[in-house]
Each structure stands twice: as C-alpha cells, then as structure tokens.
Design a protein around this ligand. Structure first.
Ligand SMILES: [Zn+2]
Length: 474
C-alpha cells in the first residue's frame, strides 16, 4: 500500500540534485555464515488449499463457491475456525455501523457453510466469520470447509470495490486467520493499513464472466482479452486478487521470463509506456539485489488505490485523492517492491506493518538512488522525521496505536537508511537485503527475528542500535 505522507516526504528529498560526491568504501564484510545462523519462521498454524469457483453475470452479481482444505499445523486442538470475510464490511448495515460512507453498499448473502460436508452454524460479525466445530481438530488433523455465497460489489469501497466499470475483487473469499499463541490471530477491521494476515497458501480458481469483460488476476499466463471462462492455479501466496475490467488500454512488454502488462482507462498510452519501463527497471533491480520475481507475469492495473497483491498491483490514487503521473510511477515501483516484502518475505501487517511497508519504502528509495546516482541525503531524512507527529514512537506498534501510518513507512525506512549509513550506504544495503532475502524467503519474520538477524549479520554484541526505534518487549 502507498501512503500520502511518504509521497510528500519523497518530494522533499528528491528535490535535491547534488551528485554523490564521494563513495563510501567502508563496506563491512558480511560475516554471517549459512552454517552458523539459522533463521526462525513464525508459523501460521495452518496449511490451506483454496478452491474457488466464481461466476459473474451481466448485472455484476457474483455467485461464488469457496472450498478450503485446512490442516492444523499448530500444537493445539481447535474448537472453532476463524476467517476474515471482508466483503461484509461494505454492506449497508456494517459500513454504517463503522461510519463509512459508500456510494453504493455491497450485498452479501451466505447461503451455506459446511464442515466436512455437514452444514454448520456460523456467525458473521463485521469481517469475522467463525464457526464452532462439532468435531475438534487435533494437531496434524484436516478439515474441509465449503462456503456458498452471493456478492455484489460496493461503489466507493476499499480494495474490494467497483471503480467505474471495473470490478476489483480483493479479499472476496473467506480467508483463514493465522493461529498463534494459543489463539486465532484475528484483529478488528480498519479502513487504513492491512488488518488481515494469512499464511502462504495454494489456490485453484475457476471463473465465468460476461464476454464484454476481461479477466486479469494473480494467475500467470493470461492473455488479453481473456477467455469468458477459465482457470488458474497459484501456489505459496498469501492471497489472490482478481480484476474484471471493461475496455482497458493495454500495453505489454516481455522481458526475459516475465510478461509485464499495464491496464489503463484513459487516453494516456504514453504514460502507460513510461509506467511499463519503470516497472521493468525496478523489477530488474529488485531481482538483482534480492532474488527472482516468482511469477512469469506482472499485471499493473492503473485504477484505484496503490495496492499490492501477488503477481498483480493497482495504482492511481491514495485514499480517494488522485495523484500526478510522476507519483503514479513511484507508486508502481512501491507496489512492485512489495512482491518481495509481503509477497516473498511475510510479516503480520497489523502487528508488524513496518516489516513490509518500511522495507518496501526503503527498497523503493534504493531503486531511485541507484538510478539517479544522487548522494544520499541522510540529514534531510532525519529532518523529515521531525514532521511526523509523536515522532519518538517506535515503528513496530500495532496499527491501532498510531494516528496515521507514518512511522511504519517514513520513519522505518529512514531508520533502515541510518543502519547502513556508516557501513557502506546503498551498496551495503543491497548486500544486506540479499542475505535477508536468502534467509527469509517464504518465511514470516517479526521485529525480534529481524533484530536477531541484523545483530548476527553485523556481529553486534547487543541490540541497543535497534531498541531506540523498535519496541522489543511486546
Ligand atoms: Zn505499501
């Protein structure tokens, strides 16, 4: 996700145009040995395989069946299952409760929920869909849950929304929460930040849509225009996203193994061509400094909020305000960086948002510096911290502890820059990220684990360099 404050601050420091006068050469040797450091991953407590069948009619009614095969990989016996079901947030009743104004509310009708083929009672409260289990699930045990439901999309929603004639299907299916510390890790929905967290899962999707639309999604190997009916499979992703688009302007580019596509909705083909160039440049940069982009297609939908999903991103506005063309390009770079921080290295975005937003903002800035060759303006970064309200707060508090999300974006990325400032700057940061990626790809990190890694990487005797900006005891 892209945040306005970061954008403003980015302008502040990109205004300077001095060239890097002197390259720092004090790069610290990477002392971490594969044998001596073993990364720890937080467990999501489950393994889930989603099978989603989606049918859309010409009036925008969706009829969806979602089957989830779930294995309990935690150490506890489950008495209930807890899912996020975010479409319910945008119904008339719930959106009014939450004080959110929608142009048109969503409708959600859950027909049936079954557990191991037996219809079951469930409760749906805001975005929490839960059900008691008639038969408890012991560690290692499996269960198959099926949901049949109908949806229409809201206009003026968030991520899950209809924009002009386009349908943005984000979080449109029940998503199993993570299970940790002896409980389901499910927080209340918020309209800012990502308040849902899921484990890496496998997906199979089949669809039917009216012929006047095209289907664009997390799936790979898609062509434009799409078929009216089709299917895709994708493994090891936190979620999937589907956009059902009307009459897009499409620009494509194939670079080695990756097919990049931009879908726009204005007569701005030149802008879309510039977007595909910067998308390609940043994709190459992030692959070079970290590791491979995991899909053979990257879709960029220039409609709606700046948001990341596996294999597909959206960009164009920030919480309702439209932005300049230049900012749209920065936003695309940001969302592409998320393919590594969120897509490959996972974190809980409610409790540890800085680990994806801070790293993503940092990587986005690294890309811009690597392109421009400008000197890194550490002083300006420190100055911009002063613009953040309650600037002294650590960057790793849960989302409900902040008035806005500036800490997890701007402050976190600044603290990362300062970590590398006297150790070799940009080039050292690139090496560090490579090592971080190698250790943590397809794992989930938290602040504590990041600090353990960084202390080991730099042979630090204690974590005092981090405790000034990270809360270490929650
Ligand atoms: Zn973001």
């Amino acid at each position: 996700m892209f945040l306005l404050i970061l954008l403003l601050l980015t302008f502040i420091f990109l205004r300077h145009n001095q060239k890097r006068s002197e390259k720092l050469t004090t790069s610290v040797e990477n002392n971490i040995q594969k044998e001596s450091f073993s990364p720890k991953s937080l467990s999501s407590g489950n393994e889930s395989l989603y099978d989603i069948d989606l049918k859309m009619d010409a009036d925008g009614n969706f009829d969806i069946e979602t089957k989830i095969e779930i294995t309990n990989t935690s150490e506890d016996t489950w008495q209930e299952l807890v899912f996020y079901f975010i479409p319910n947030i945008f119904t008339e009743e719930v959106s009014e409760q939450l004080g959110k104004t929608l142009d048109v509310p969503a409708t959600v009708e859950v027909q049936d929920v079954s557990v191991d083929n037996k219809s079951t009672e469930f409760t749906l409260n805001q975005d929490t869909l839960s059900m008691p289990l008639a038969n408890t699930i012991t560690p290692g045990g499996n269960v198959v849950v099926k949901f049949s439901y109908q949806l229409t999309l809201p206009v003026g929603g968030l991520r899950f929304t209809k924009n002009k004639d386009n349908f943005h299907l984000a979080q449109f299916y029940p998503m199993l929460a993570t299970y940790r510390d002896q409980k389901w890790n499910k927080e209340e929905y918020r309209f800012r930040g990502e308040t849902y967290h899921t484990g890496f899962s496998d997906f199979k999707v089949t669809y039917e849509i009216p012929e006047t639309y095209t289907f664009v999604s997390s799936g790979e190997n898609e062509s434009y225009p799409s078929q009216e009916a089709g299917e895709f499979r994708i493994n090891n992703v936190k979620e999937i996203f589907i956009a059902i688009l009307k009459d897009p302007v499409v620009v494509e580019k194939q670079v080695r193994d990756v097919n990049i596509r931009v879908f726009g909705f204005e007569e701005k083909e030149n802008l879309y061509k510039e977007i595909i160039e910067i998308a390609n440049d940043s994709l190459q940069y992030f692959q070079e400094i970290m590791g491979p982009y995991p899909f053979n297609q990257l879709d960029i939908v220039i409609d709606g909020l700046g948001m990341e999903y596996p294999g597909i991103v959206t960009a164009g506005s920030i919480y309702g305000s439209t932005v300049r063309d230049e900012a749209v390009k920065n936003m695309v770079v940001h969302e592409i960086a998320h393919q590594w921080f969120y897509g490959i290295i996972s974190n809980d975005p409610y409790h540890e948002a800085w680990l994806d937003e801070g790293f993503t903002s940092f990587a986005e800035e690294m890309f811009h510096y690597s392109q421009s060759g400008d000197e890194i303006f550490y002083d300006d970064m420190v100055d911009r911290l002063g613009l953040i309200k309650d600037t002294d707060l650590p960057v790793n508090l849960p989302l409900d502890q902040y008035e806005n999300n500036s800490h997890v974006y701007g402050k976190a990325s600044t603290m990362l820059w300062l970590l590398f400032k006297d150790r070799g700057g940009l080039e050292e940061a690139e090496k560090f990220l490579k090592s971080y990626y190698d250790f943590y790809k397809y794992k989930e990190v938290d602040s504590k684990e990041f600090v353990r890694f960084a202390c080991s990487y730099y042979n630090l005797e204690d974590d005092s360099e981090f405790t000034t900006w990270l809360e270490m005891h929650h």
